[in-house]
Design a protein around this ligand. Structure first.
Ligand code: G6P
Length: 749
């Protein structure tokens, strides 16, 4: 290193420090402090000089008075006698000397220290009582002049005092005066800073209150005072937020979602964590086949991923998944136009049994759905669930390229993941969406690990449910089982020094729906379906499309067909229920039992009413591609969604989307989240078989006009509140929180 190097390093360090705003403020404050001290010391010096001058003048006056008395006495006219008096007075401390000048400017008498060549003419000015400062032999002297008639000679008595000596006597006073002034100035300054900070804090907090209120009411708050830049930014956000999320102007699409990301979250790293992957590779007959799960979640989140080129982390469950990844278990997708990374996580059979089949699907699924299937909680499943959640958390950390990624955590498979991510990446924005219902607190109390699950979820920055009802159930559970503060007004839970925003984000479907692409006319779809199922041309059709799950009320809708055919025999031979059910979680007893029971029930009802070539229930147990499902929807007179409990249910929305002819009737369970958004459907209680039977009858006899009227309202609702809006709302809230966090860190409550 050369000699210049340390200096350059020092300069760089100083430069670096000064680049930070805090350092610049500190330097300015230091500089201002020096100026204040210098100004105060000058002021103190002026004040002390004033004191000295007054002191000198007073002394001179006293000396003059004592001498004047003597000059008035008889015999005082003798100059020599008076000179002695003068000398005596001059011997006093700080008195430099005295002199008597006649009116015509002659020096008549002078004490010893006075210079013999003192020029009396210098003191002949008209203002005789004014002091004069002169420098004589390097001494700074103050002369005071007093008119005096001495021995009949008019003239003036000069009293000279040494200013520097007087000053040295006052130096302590000067120091104390400076210190006192500085202390007073700093005291007042400190007081002013404290008062200003208190006023500012109260102003900021009332402004934040106004902003929070405005989020609720969607109206921006009105400010009168000078709003600072950050507050302006917040208000700007609010206006954009209102326009984009609550406004009627945005038709949400993949493009507007992409634009939102670019505008509101530029450069943010976005990750998604879900159990089910968006692209599955399976080996079938020796060939690798790509399967795209027909999932609302995939169609909602794919545009997000494409826009931000993020990472999707999911369980690699396909039989050829390992063959299609690189050494880091990654591959770029979608295969036709690779834009984002899919990171697969490998789980052993044992891990899947405990985490997926066990805790998630035998414990949490029935617990949250209250479908009268007893939840099963096993200690070993819980241990596996924790371990797998931790595995995914580790992968999130591995994939993070910054300290504050946005992580979108999906569903009940990952209740513990938000807290685990929060611990590893405290600055991450964790947005968790719970796709299934949240039960009431009493039901939730069944879960042996209820506190851990609540704690895990409250590691999220945002926690979303489909409906306000489920949010309220969650608040009740939090209130009952953990020590926390709930702000219902602003939908916030404060727990462990952090806040979680808990809000409803009703999920929906893509619009326009992909399944509608290349569909033939409704008439053609009817012909196709009737042909495929061997139905007579005048047969009226109701459809049900589901995963074969006990929460869907499949048995209940079959029983309602039985009831209908008894109640309204005219439908015998003229009506069928086509029930499409995709096998799911078949490894679990409850699912295997349901499938067996459904097959038996269908056989039973069919045996009861079958005639010629007609059977009332057609049960098809296999996965259907979206195009097939949409063809079925278009061919149907009614669609039945009879969930015993459902977070949202996207089948209801897809049926409406499929009917661009504005015909068809939706029969919808009041226990599906969709019922809150689609009250124009025929709303039913699936536990009330007879009511459902009447709903079938009503659907089959509803006028085309009424069908169109109901459909038009529901189409408007779904096309506007589509799945891109769902994603946009959450991402918007995430961007809002990130900006808010810069002002009020949520771990600083
Ligand atoms: C339903 C739920 C989703 C859940 C999915 C899991 O569709 O509504 O929230 O993620 O089931 O299904 P899977 O086949 O992956 O177990």
């Amino acid at each position: 290193m050369t000699d210049a190097a340390p200096l350059a390093g020092l300069r760089r360090q100083i430069g670096g420090v000064l680049k930070s705003p805090k350092a610049v403020y500190a330097s300015l404050a230091g500089f201002a402090g020096v100026i204040v001290v210098l100004a105060l010391s000058s002021l103190a010096s002026l004040i002390v000089d004033g004191w000295i001058q007054r002191d000198l003048d007073l002394r001179s006056t006293l000396i003059f008075r004592s001498l004047a008395d003597k000059a008035a006495q008889p015999g005082a006219g003798e100059l020599q006698a008076f000179k002695q008096q003068m000398q005596k007075a001059a011997d006093e401390e700080r008195i430099f000397g005295l002199a008597f000048c006649t009116r015509d400017g002659a020096l008549a008498l002078a004490t010893a220290a006075m210079p013999p060549a003192l020029d009396c003419a210098e003191f002949s000015g008209s203002n005789a009582n004014e002091g004069v400062t002169l420098k004589i032999d390097n001494a700074k002297l103050r002369f005071n002049r007093f008119a005096l008639t001495l021995g009949g000679t008019p003239g003036q008595l000069l009293v000279a005092q040494n200013i520097d000596e007087a000053r040295s006597g006052q130096r302590d006073a000067l120091t104390y005066a400076t210190a006192a002034l500085a202390a007073a100035a700093f005291g007042f300054g400190f007081l002013a800073v404290v008062v200003t900070a208190a006023l500012r804090r109260s102003w900021m907090s009332s402004l934040r209150g106004a902003i929070a209120e405005s989020i609720r009411t969607t109206e921006p708050p009105v400010t009168t005072g000078p709003a600072d830049r950050r507050i302006n930014a917040l208000l700007g956000d609010l206006r954009v937020r209102r326009k984009f999320v609550h406004g009627i102007y945005v038709r949400w699409s993949p493009e507007s979602l992409r634009q939102l990301l670019l505008d509101q979250l530029p450069d943010a790293q976005v990750m998604i964590v879900s159990n089910r992957e968006p692209y599955i590779h399976n080996r079938e007959n020796g060939e690798i086949k790509l399967q795209i799960p027909a999932s609302g979640l995939v169609s909602a989140l794919e545009p997000v991923m494409r826009a931000c080129r993020g990472v999707w982390i999911a369980h690699g469950g396909g039989s050829a998944d390992r063959e299609t990844v690189d050494k880091n278990s990654r591959l770029m997708v979608p295969p036709a136009d690779p834009t984002y990374a899919l990171r697969r996580v490998w789980l052993s059979e044992e891990e899947q049994d405990g985490y997926y089949y066990g805790l998630a699907n035998e414990g949490l699924w029935p617990l949250c759905h209250i479908a009268f299937i007893r939840p099963t909680f096993r200690e070993q499943d819980w241990a596996m669930y924790r371990a797998v959640n931790q595995r995914f958390a580790d992968v999130v950390v591995e994939e993070a390229t910054c300290e504050n990624p946005i992580v979108l955590v999906q569903d009940y498979h990952f209740a513990l993941l938000p807290r685990m991510i929060r611990k590893a990446l405290p600055k991450a924005t964790v947005v968790t969406f719970w796709h299934i219902p949240w039960p009431n607190a009493e039901t939730f109390s069944i879960c042996p690990w209820r506190e851990e699950i609540l704690d895990g979820l409250l590691g999220s920055s945002i926690l979303g449910f489909h409906t306000q009802f489920h949010c309220n159930n969650f608040f009740d559970s939090v209130d009952r089982f953990i020590e926390s503060r709930i702000d219902h007004e602003n939908s916030l839970v404060s727990f462990g020094g952090r806040e979680t925003l808990v809000r409803p984000y009703p999920i929906s479907i893509e619009w326009p729906p992909r399944g509608l692409l290349n569909q033939p006319s409704v008439e053609q779809c009817r012909i196709n379906v009737r042909e495929r199922f061997g139905l007579a041309p005048d047969t009226r059709i109701a459809v049900g499309v589901e995963r074969f799950d006990y929460t869907k009320g499949i048995l209940d809708r079959m029983r309602a067909v039985d009831d209908l055919l008894t109640m309204a025999p005219q439908w015998r031979g003229k009506f069928v229920l086509i029930q499409v059910a995709a096998p799911t979680r078949s490894k679990l007893d409850a699912y295997a039992a349901l499938e067996a029971e459904a097959r038996n029930l269908a056989d039973e009802i069919n045996a009861k009413y079958a005639r010629d070539n007609w059977s009332p229930i057609l049960l098809v147990v296999r996965h259907h591609e979206p195009t097939e499902v949409f063809e079925l929807f278009r061919a149907a007179d009614a669609c039945v969604v009879s969930s015993l409990h459902d977070g949202m249910n996207l089948v209801a929305k897809e049926f409406i989307a499929a009917r661009d002819d504005e015909r068809g009737v939706l029969i919808l369970s009041s226990f599906a989240g969709a019922a809150y958004e689609l009250p124009e459907a025929l709303i039913v209680n699936p536990y009330d078989t007879h009511q459902m039977a009447k709903a079938y009858d009503r659907a089959l006899t509803m006028s085309e006009e009424e069908q169109a009227g109901r459909m038009q309202i529901m189409v408007a609702q779904i096309s506007e509140r589509n799945v891109y809006r769902w994603a946009a709302q959450m991402l918007f809230d995430a961007s809002w929180l990130r900006r808010r966090e810069k002002i009020v860190p949520s771990d600083n409550l």
